[in-house]
Design a protein around this ligand. Structure first.
Ligand code: FES
Length: 183
């Protein structure tokens, strides 16, 4: 087995002039979020959720800014971002499809749905279409086993899914105007 080395030491971090953590955002977190936690580290998850939601990813520059704000090392922040599936370093599509792959959905035919989406959108899980419209994810139990198989389309749960229902959801997502810029 060969080790695959990541070029983290020489990786160039894309930077923009405007900070991701604006003064207003930091002031809001300082007054509303930090007091809820015994340590600043405790606020890392909600902050990452907010950045992910706003930017559809966690840019590396934002990780550096978050580390400085919370008094953590950039490695602490990167470890958390890469540990959880809900955080991504690549920009997510306008429509994020999360297909539940846990045991009940698996028994109720999740694979047929997943394969259909993979082929229709030419996407593998954790990939985004070139036009930035769709991202496909697989997820663990979404807490709706009695209505399996289920999937999230942009955080909205859809139950007892069939290929026809999935096609309708994809069609309406395609018909919606693109709302985000993808670079
Ligand atoms: S296994 Fe899919 S919702 Fe529980």
């Amino acid at each position: 087995m060969a080790w695959i080395a990541k070029p983290s030491g020489t990786q160039r971090i894309e930077r923009r002039v405007e900070p991701y953590l604006t003064s207003a955002l930091k002031a809001k977190w300082s007054s509303e979020l930090l007091p809820k936690y015994a340590t600043k580290h405790g606020a890392l998850m909600p902050i990452l959720h907010e950045i992910q939601h706003e930017h559809r990813c966690i840019p590396y520059q934002a990780m550096l800014e978050i580390a400085a704000f919370l008094g953590l090392t950039p490695a602490d922040v990167l470890d958390t971002v890469t540990f959880y599936d809900e955080f991504t370093t690549n920009k997510m599509g306008d429509c994020v499809i999360g297909v539940c792959q846990s045991v009940v959905c698996e028994a109720c035919g999740h694979k047929k749905l997943l394969d259909h989406i993979r082929h229709r959108l030419e996407l593998e899980p954790r990939e985004t279409t070139d036009d930035g419209r769709f991202t496909l994810l697989t997820m663990e139990c979404l807490g709706s086993c009695d209505t399996a198989p289920v999937a999230l389309f942009n955080d909205v749960l859809h139950e007892q899914l069939t290929i026809e229902k999935v096609d309708q959801l994809i069609d309406s997502a395609k018909a919606a105007p693109a709302t985000r810029h993808h670079t």
